[in-house]
Design a protein around this ligand. Structure first.
Ligand SMILES: Nc1nc2c(ncn2[C@@H]2O[C@H](COP(=O)(O)OP(=O)(O)OP(=O)(O)O)[C@@H](O)[C@H]2O)c(=O)[nH]1
Length: 151
């Protein structure tokens, strides 16, 4: 439930399975309402993949950037600063988490992304309505209309 509304998540894991594999992110996630870009702080390749993949993606889809495995600090290859800089570049929220230790943090990220998706859908519905009405405000019968004939 997000803001009292039931939400069904369909999740596609687009992680490349081989070092030389670079799936076209845009083709894979055309249908996505929101994107959670996850890399591992212990794997610079995963960070580089996210950086490259983002340029293929539609810019109007809500995005969040997430660095996983913060419990493995001794194996860290990507600094927090680098993650923050990339998030600024993408103009999206950023968090470092440990899915292994704090699953609630992961749930919160999904929750926030979902809120962004719902807000973005509401906004595009509103702008579609405004375009259909040619900028006019939606008509609603008010007190001043009471002298007009009813038919
Ligand atoms: N220590 C630690 N291990 C994690 C964390 N998140 C995932 N893992 C481990 O990392 C491994 C890969 O996790 P997956 O969930 O399979 O992630 P994936 O992105 O599908 O990774 P691939 O198997 O490479 O495709 C598993 O052994 C997980 O248990 C974390 O936050 N901390």
């Amino acid at each position: 439930m997000v803001d009292g509304e039931p939400v069904l998540f369909e999740i596609l894991d687009t992680c490349p399975k081989a070092d030389d594999e670079f799936p076209n992110a845009a083709e894979l996630v055309q249908w996505a309402d929101g994107l959670l870009l996850v890399y591992s702080i212990t794997d610079r390749k995963s960070f580089n993949y996210i950086r490259r993949a983002k340029s293929d993606l539609q810019s109007d889809t809500p995005v969040q950037l997430c660095a996983n495995k913060v419990d493995m600090v001794h194996l860290r290859q990507v600094s927090r600063d680098e993650g923050e800089i990339l998030a600024k570049d993408f103009e999206c929220k950023f968090s470092e988490v440990s899915a292994a230790d704090h699953v609630d943090q992961v749930a919160e990220i999904f929750n926030e992304l979902c809120k962004e998706v719902l807000a973005s859908k509401r906004k595009s519905k509103q702008s579609l309505l405004e375009r259909m009405l040619g900028g006019a405000r939606p008509y609603s019968r008010g007190k001043s209309d009471s002298n007009l004939p009813k038919d």
